[in-house]
Design a protein around this ligand. Structure first.
Ligand code: KG4
Ligand code: ZN
Length: 340
């Protein structure tokens, strides 16, 4: 089966084609709108949806060209139906349903977070169920007990800012343009350890929840107390990064102990962070468990994970093709089966 995957939930337009018979991704096109939004310091929803409209058709054409496939060789179209920005989701949902209707093939709604959760399965070293998943993106920080495909339980999540959001906000205070997570990581590499003792919110609590919003205020205070001295920015970046990683590691440890599982997967934009990956590797090794993640380009939003999740949904036989175009901007992983 040849599946076209379409991702338009936020500020990346992703189009990919997955060949399920050969278990191979045969096209992957990603267009990031980051430059467009960085001028405003964050995503402007109306600009995002308008930009998806402009880019989606040329990107579908580019993906077909890359895969050397004709449109009529596509067997199904998977698209992100939520969670995400309503206007942006509508672009992907509308084009997917229209194309699918004209080709007489199914249009499969995919939960964006389930796409992230399954993204390590696009790699050679793929995890199988059950596993614990740490989903760390710009909009979510969640620990998931993934019992089987579609059977997920949220063990804990952020009570305020998501990890990626905290990275972006602290990056902004350090003068880094949106989205600042990956640049902050590079700056942190030049910092000195233990120069600033950042708090580790909720690290000693036995639950698996997170809180990251206070780290922004803490950073703002340090910057002010040091008279906006740019020389300390490297140390601040490292101090902040270490604090957030320590909390993520501790809560992953608790989740492994709680479930008794020996597989941990990390996914979402922040899982591209090499320091997080390396420290998690050490923690899982110490606990006789294994860590799984995707290549860096599939950590942030992409169409490949949506095509893959759509293929899994079709295979699970839990899917009924519907003609109405529906989006679910607040669709939780806990309610995944409700729309099928
Ligand atoms: O998963 P994603 O592309 O979008 C959402 O679904 O939200 O995640 C984007 C987030 C941004 O906040 C970005 O700053 C963060 O992931 N990010 C990183 C790194 N690369 C991307 N955060 C920390 N370190 C990185 N290397
Ligand atoms: Zn995402």
């Amino acid at each position: 089966m040849i599946i076209l995957g379409i991702e338009t939930s936020c500020d990346e337009t992703g189009v990919a084609i997955y060949d399920s018979k050969n278990k191979k991704l045969i096209a992957n096109q990603i267009y990031s709108q980051a430059k467009l939004h960085s001028y405003y310091g964050g995503v402007v929803p109306e600009l995002a949806s308008r930009n998806h409209i402009k880019t989606i058709l040329p990107m579908i054409k580019a993906a077909l060209l890359e895969a050397k496939k004709k449109l009529n060789s596509i067997d199904a179209i998977a698209y992100t139906a939520g969670p995400g920005l309503a206007g942006s989701l509508l672009v992907g949902a509308t084009i997917s349903h229209s194309l699918a209707y004209s080709l007489n093939i199914p249009a499969v709604p995919v939960n964006h977070m389930e796409g992230h959760l399954l993204s390590p399965m696009l790699e050679n070293n793929k995890p199988d169920f059950p596993f614990v998943a740490l989903l760390v993106s710009g909009g979510h920080t969640q620990l998931i007990q993934a019992h089987d495909f579609g059977k997920y339980k949220i063990l804990g999540e952020s009570v305020d800012d998501a990890a990626g959001e905290a990275f972006d906000k602290v990056a902004k205070l350090l003068g880094i343009k949106y989205p600042g997570g990956s640049m902050l990581e590079k700056i942190a590499r030049k910092g000195k350890i233990n120069k600033f003792n950042f708090p580790r919110p909720m690290i000693h609590q036995k639950n698996m929840n997170f809180s990251f919003s206070g780290l922004k205020t803490f950073t703002a205070n340090i910057i002010r107390e040091n008279n906006f001295d740019k020389k300390i920015f490297f140390d601040i970046a490292l101090g902040f990064e270490n604090a957030i990683i320590d909390v993520l590691i501790k809560k992953c440890y608790l989740a492994l102990k709680f479930t008794g599982y020996n597989k941990l997967i990390i996914a979402g934009g922040v899982s591209a962070n090499l320091s997080l990956r390396n420290k998690l590797k050490k923690m899982v090794k110490k606990n006789q468990a294994n860590l799984f993640f995707s290549r860096i380009e599939f950590c942030t939003d992409n169409g490949a994970m949506i095509a893959y999740a759509g293929m899994m949904r079709l295979k699970s036989k839990t899917f009924k093709n519907q003609l109405n175009i529906q989006i679910y901007p607040k669709w939780s992983l806990m309610d995944i089966s409700e729309i099928f």
